[in-house]
Design a protein around this ligand. Structure first.
Ligand SMILES: [Fe+2]
Length: 392
């Protein structure tokens, strides 16, 4: 792959939290970080699965050690609705908290980010949907990831579902970035294999899409390529044996790097196509993305064969002696084999989706066309229909 950049006139921006702490036991640093940030009364934002798995223990101990008062808001659910976000904002305002600590997967971290900025800016979660709609900084926030998937701990986005039309609506702002992101692979060990697979595939989607995005930057390229390799080399091992700490460390690192990559470089249409699949057919975020990924890769391939060839190589495809065009063709087959190893069915019919559902999925995707901009190939309605039909 040619590693020079031709878009020299473009401004490239790198976005990240002010501080990232990575390592087994990193969650125990939370109390000291709260103190450093001047916090004295913290709200932990999380969900009941995280509480039940005991994943808040290290954070809570560290807060007690620093004599920091805290309460816990544990009502976050998967694909959180705006109502839950607004309730968390209200709790934050009424409780007089001066720092927010999110602990969990993407949903809990997104609601923590939302509580931080909406509590200081006024209004409700959906008021700030869009890009750079938040005028002022929020409460300081520390985000502790418990899955190796969404990368939410390092992105400048929160996403809530609008109950009025069932669409997920993102808010993007530099004020949403964490003051501290904590990536503690030890917290990911309790994930069952199916959750490891789904969240890990979400991270792989982020890495591949950021790498091949039309809005990729020199920063996102470096991070995304490394993320693809880390995930390709470690997800199967983490899936096969939950307490494989080396695989867990590398997956946590890979998912975080993928998050940093797409925060700067953008995504593609996988998240656009999967949006309604997740909501209407009860598939997890990671699963709906995983299933549609190889079909989108095959559709997008011709738009940037160099990048798709490099992605195939990073995924471990044997590209020796192949042209870039030929190597790019190897990416989708590698992904199908990978998904098969993770026991993720790659046909929509396996999830109760049939021919009659396609028009609704196509219309829903065309309405959420914000991801068409970074996607390497510009899709029209027939293209989107074709991708869904391939996946049936
Ligand atoms: Fe995602």
């Amino acid at each position: 792959m040619n590693s020079s950049f031709s878009m020299m006139s473009k401004l490239n921006v790198f976005l990240s939290p002010s501080k990232i702490i990575l390592g087994n036991g990193a969650a125990s640093q939370t109390g000291a970080e709260v103190k450093r940030l001047g916090g004295s009364r913290a709200l932990i934002v999380t969900d009941k699965v995280v509480i039940k798995a005991g994943l808040t223990a290290g954070v809570e101990e560290s807060l007690k050690a620093e004599k920091i008062d805290y309460d816990i808001f544990d009502k976050v659910e998967a694909e959180p609705k705006a109502k839950i976000a607004d309730e968390c904002v209200q709790v934050t305002r009424n409780g007089g908290y001066d720092i927010i600590i999110g602990i969990g997967g993407g949903s809990s971290l997104d609601i923590a980010k939302c509580a931080s900025v909406v509590s200081t800016n006024g209004g409700k979660a959906l008021d700030y949907a869009g890009t750079d709609m938040i005028p002022r900084r929020g409460l300081p926030k520390i985000l502790v990831a418990t899955t190796a998937g969404t990368g939410s701990e390092v992105t400048r986005t929160y996403i809530v579902t609008d109950e009025a039309d069932s669409f997920k609506k993102p808010a993007h702002s530099d004020f949403i970035l964490a003051d501290v992101a904590i990536v503690d692979p030890a917290l990911t060990v309790s994930m069952p294999p199916v959750v490891t697979a789904d969240t890990g595939m979400d991270a792989l989607v982020h890495a591949i899409e950021a790498f091949t995005s039309a809005t990729a930057t020199p920063f996102s390229d470096v991070l995304a390529r490394e993320a693809i390799e880390l995930i390709a080399d470690n997800l199967l091992a983490a899936y096969a044996k939950p307490n494989n700490m080396e695989a867990r460390f590398n997956m946590a690192l890979g998912a975080m790097l993928a998050g940093l990559a797409f925060a700067s470089g953008g995504l593609g249409i996988v998240h656009g196509l999967s949006n309604l699949m997740g909501i209407k057919y009860n598939m997890t975020h990671g699963r709906s993305n995983a299933v549609i990924l190889p079909y989108v890769v095959e559709y997008n391939r011709i738009a940037n064969v160099n990048k798709f060839a490099a992605a195939a190589e990073a995924m471990g495809a044997d590209t020796e002696g192949l042209t870039d065009y030929e190597a790019a063709e190897e990416l989708a087959p590698v992904l199908f084999r990978y998904l098969d190893d993770l026991q993720i069915p790659t046909k929509l019919s396996a999830y109760g989706i049939s021919e009659k559902d396609i028009p609704g999925l196509v219309d829903g995707t065309m309405k959420v066309n914000r991801l068409f901009v970074p996607n390497p190939r510009l899709p029209n309605k027939e293209d989107v229909r074709g991708i869904f039909e391939q996946a049936l």
